[in-house]
Write a protein that binds this ligand. Structure first.
Ligand SMILES: [Zn+2]
Length: 244
């Protein structure tokens, strides 16, 4: 009698144990899934986008260093090229396009376009666009006016998007990595446009630090046109300092 009771109890507790382990396994599976799910949602929510832009090139000396750093970090930039430098820097323009970068116009010879007539501004844009087309069979769509100078006429009547910036690294002025980083850390935001110049050795040399920091802070570095597409903004005529 005593023996049968003990056997019964053992059977019950075995069944109970099985039940508990099944329930535990279920809890672990469900909560594990929830953790994974929330981790991927977090990663998505954390990703921010920034457009890195370079003016005044291409340079036959320094642009290659910029391209190397961009490639290393799987980053895309927009190069606003000066038309009269396109033929000599053809090799770097082609390489930039191959890497997924964007080529845009920075006038033919770095003139202050705000002082010109609309016809003259158009001529600057078209002449540079033609040079890029000839060098790399690529269609230029955007203008960055030298000095960020835009006239009222350009604002009203120029047919292409004019891209300015909201993060000025002042890389041409201070010429060192800590200073460039100071402005980026202070001013960068989701949808920002960063201004740099690929004609200075100090600027292209800073890129490993710049790109490493942006990556660490969940910024994906894209071209201006990619940023617009990601943000669902159709780039029209007018001035853009960022794309939110
Ligand atoms: Zn410039």
């Amino acid at each position: 009698m005593k023996k049968t009771m003990t056997m019964k109890m053992a059977k019950v507790s075995k069944r109970w144990l099985r039940g508990v382990s099944f329930a535990l396994a279920l809890i672990i599976m469900v909560s594990g899934g929830m953790i994974l799910n929330s981790a991927s949602t977090d990663a998505k929510a954390k990703t921010k986008y920034v457009a890195l832009t370079f003016d005044d090139g291409p340079s036959t000396v320094t642009t290659k260093t910029a391209l190397k750093a961009l490639k290393k970090y799987d980053a895309h930039a927009t190069f606003f090229v000066v038309g009269n430098r396109v033929a000599s820097g053809k090799k770097y323009i082609k390489k930039a396009i191959e890497q997924g970068c964007e080529i845009a116009s920075h006038s033919w010879d770095h003139t202050n376009l705000a002082k010109l007539s609309l016809a003259q501004v158009n001529k600057h844009f078209e002449k540079t666009a033609k040079a890029v087309k000839k060098a790399a069979d690529y269609d230029v769509k955007l203008l960055r006016p030298p000095y960020g100078a835009v006239s009222t006429t350009m604002k009203k009547k120029f047919e292409h998007p004019m891209i300015l910036w909201d993060v000025d690294t002042l890389d041409w002025k201070y010429r060192n990595t800590p200073s460039i980083m100071k402005y980026i850390k202070k001013e960068v935001n989701d949808g920002s446009i960063i201004l740099m110049h690929d004609i200075h050795k100090t600027s292209v040399d800073s890129l490993n630090t710049v790109l490493k920091w942006l990556k660490k802070h969940h910024y994906e570095v894209v071209t201006v046109s990619e940023l617009a597409a990601i943000k669902g903004v159709e780039l029209d005529k007018g001035v853009y300092c960022n794309i939110k």
